[in-house]
Design a protein around this ligand. Structure first.
Ligand code: PLP
Length: 377
């Protein structure tokens, strides 16, 4: 059996070596390391793939979130509602911009922000909602867009974990994750479903005016050379990263299919296990591209299982071990423990198993048997 890894970037590279090497070689030959033709080409190719009017590449996913919020003109004191159960980047940029983060609880089955909790959290100061398509599954965007419309709020999708996922709206339209709200942010961190070989990110929007504003913000607030109209940032995707992404984008659907197939095999292996809840995919509205394959381990057995996997040399992740409202940086007297029942429980139960494009049947078999054997003895 091949050595089991959480993410197998080496194995994936072997399959696309020539495309990646040729693409990188092109950058070396033309030496436009910043804003080179590869960046522009990748932007167009991604717009095409997502069927979105504007992709604005930037330096990483965290910047993408921050720049999206800057582009919308959110002001200090504006309240932004997001999920308590997510990676800290989402709430970090809200706080950095001196906006007020409002964390709310999530759905126990999908781990995504609960639209009912969003409704309860809305005040006259609320300006935006940031749904995170956690672990690769699109949040309940029909409900979220409806709430946003009713209360005149912006929706900023954190699409760092769900690139390539489809969302089938109630209206019958199928849209790619990250093209449903007013603006979206994504990350090309190497382990993401579409990852480069360093840092990278992008902002998507169908609003041309907002896209224009954002293109200035990523470039020091410049719309005309050396005329700085707004306070911006320096956030660029470099040409080498764009070159890698150009080589990988044509494989994204195939990669996501490989993840789905691995998830289906895990699901089959864990069927009927009383201590295990396999990931729930909601109805037929959203596809799941399994950025993570995350189990809930019941009856207080998660930590012992984690220890066992460590001893057996099987990698795993606990995403996320601490709710954001309990993190020192984001704790606030405004919050009540009773309002975070689901997240407080999830942090004790979740465990993410190896999930990547190169997982084979032997590995899945070995991982699932090790887990089942431990939990039943
Ligand atoms: C990875 C990730 C980010 C941040 O992306 P970086 O490129 O690492 O800055 C933001 N939100 C979520 C949900 C993520 O998973």
């Amino acid at each position: 059996m091949k050595k089991i890894q959480m993410v197998d970037l080496k194995g994936q590279y072997q399959g696309i070596k020539k495309q990646v090497n040729d693409s990188l070689q092109e950058v070396l030959e033309d030496t436009s390391f910043i804003n080179g033709p590869q960046v522009h080409a990748f932007q167009k190719e991604l717009e095409d793939y997502l069927q979105v009017r504007n992709v604005i590449p930037c330096a990483n996913g965290t910047d993408a979130l921050q720049i999206a919020m800057m582009g919308l003109g959110l002001k200090p004191g504006d309240e932004v509602i997001t999920a308590d159960f997510t990676f800290a980047a989402t709430v970090e940029v809200i706080a950095l911009l001196q906006l007020t983060p409002v964390l709310v609880d999530v759905d126990p089955e999908t781990f995504n922000i609960d639209p009912e909790e969003i409704k309860k959290a809305i005040t006259p100061k609320t300006k935006a909602i940031v749904p995170v398509h956690l672990f690769g599954q699109v949040a309940n965007m029909d409900a979220i867009m409806e709430i946003a419309k009713e209360h005149d709020l912006y929706v900023i999708e954190d699409n760092a974990q769900a690139i390539g996922a489809d969302f089938h709206s109630k209206s019958g339209e199928t849209m790619k994750a990250g093209t449903i709200g007013h603006v979206a942010a994504t990350s090309f961190f190497p382990s993401k479903n579409l990852g480069c070989y360093g840092d990278g990110g992008a902002i998507f929007t169908n609003n041309d005016e907002l896209a224009h504003t954002i293109r200035g913000i990523v470039n020091h607030g410049m719309y005309e050379r050396y005329h700085h109209d707004v306070v911006g940032v320096n956030s660029r995707l470099d040409s080498f990263q764009a070159a890698v992404l150009r080589a990988k984008l044509p494989n994204l659907d195939k990669y996501n299919e490989a993840r789905k197939a691995a998830a289906a095999k895990y699901n089959e292996a864990f069927k009927g296990q009383e201590n295990i809840e396999t990931p729930v995919q909601t109805g037929d509205s959203s596809t799941h591209v399994y950025h993570q394959y995350t189990l809930k381990i019941k009856n207080g057995k998660r930590d012992a299982l984690a220890k066992h996997l460590q001893e057996k040399g099987i990698p795993f992740g606990i995403y996320y071990p601490i709710p954001l409202h309990l993190q020192k940086a984001y704790a606030d007297d405004r919050y009540n423990e009773a309002d975070f029942e689901v997240t407080n429980q999830l942090v004790k139960e979740v465990i993410s198993l190896p999930m990547h494009t190169e997982l084979d049947d032997d590995q899945i078999d070995h991982i699932s048997k090790t887990i089942i054997h431990f939990l039943n003895n």
